[in-house]
Design a protein around this ligand. Sequence first.
Ligand SMILES: *Cc1c(COP(=O)(O)O)cnc(C)c1O
Length: 413
Amino acid sequence: MALINEHFLKLPGNYLFADIAKKVNAYKVSHPKEKVISLGIGDVTRPLCPAVIEAMHKAVDEMAEKASFRGYGPERGYDFLRDAIVKNDFLPRGVHLDKDEIFINDGAKSDTGNIQEIVRWDNSIGVTDPIYPVYIDSNVMIGRAGILENGKWSNVNYMPCNAENKFTPQIPDHRVDMIYLCYPNNPTGTVITREELRKWVNYANKNDSLIFYDAAYEAYIQDENIPHSIYEIRGARKVAIEFHSYSKTAGFTGVRCGYTVVPKELTASTLNGERIPLNQIWDRRQCTKFNGTSYISQRAAEAIYTPEGKQQVKEIIGYYMENARIMREQLTKLGFEVYGGENAPYIWVKTPNNTPSWKFFEEMLYGASVVCTPGVGFGPSGEGYVRLTSFGEREDCEEAMKRIASWLSGKKY
Ligand SMILES: *Cc1c(COP(=O)(O)O)cnc(C)c1O
């Protein structure tokens, strides 16, 4: 008899966005004339920039000729892309990486979900709360997270991030083996200062912990004092794996490409105390379970590092960040407590009078035909907040702000 991995059954049945879609559909059915605006989308909407499109066309043409056709590529990714990453994403920040420390992937979700399989099942986990659900769920599936009790997993250390602590998680006072950090943060849109990040690196070095650092929104950082990579902090190479994605940077959510950095100095211990380099282990894992990102996607990613590509990507990010600015400004004017949105495409809004997230979600849907994402869907500390994204059209953002203003003043918009 084949027995199922019952850890999967511990996961709550419905995914947050499926619940939202159901409620939005119910509203649309009962209000067929209303045009609903979604500020809940976690996907980009601007098309790929011309430099990327040109590179993709060229790569497709190469695939059509016997002489330039490519089959399986190297598991770690093509040198042309890894060289461009080392040279453009790290060297200018004073970080010297070897290209063999870079592993090209098909997006950061796969690797942030898969990375946990290279460490033992009984390591302890720490996450900032609220958080991107992949980190916890991937640990649930392998049995590391324990069971769900009152919205919390029994073996997970939650580090609350809220207005009271200015979204700065408290460093644990005991040892946690694996820590997930995501900055700029999804869902709160907040960032971490160099000083705070240094505390984490020091903690990890002292406690022999591993940090999984998700830098998927690094390209949105506007403030030059905010670190783009954990490796800008001394000592981080010994303790941290970092994830990057072109999804939000350059609209690659449908193209699929990103990369993971596993420094050669990074090791973890066997039960006997022998130190094993994780670069070697991750390479072994990838060679068995991953056959590389498509050549076309990798050429597309390379194009982002050309002067035209850089400029075009910057403009797209500028578009989203202008949406964020407009939303922040309007919501603040309306009296909301607003966080994030200055170095990230997400705005984290405190609901008025501590209204529960889902209740506020419904009130705004029925009052203004505007969709947000209930904060509690990202973890217990998200209760009493909602997330808005700046990935929409400018006109929709502006219209949504007008509607929210009318709704609050008691008028139908
Ligand atoms: C969108 C996102 C990613 C990237 O996912 P891809 O698989 O690269 O599309 C990674 N981490 C976080 C926190 C995200 O929000």
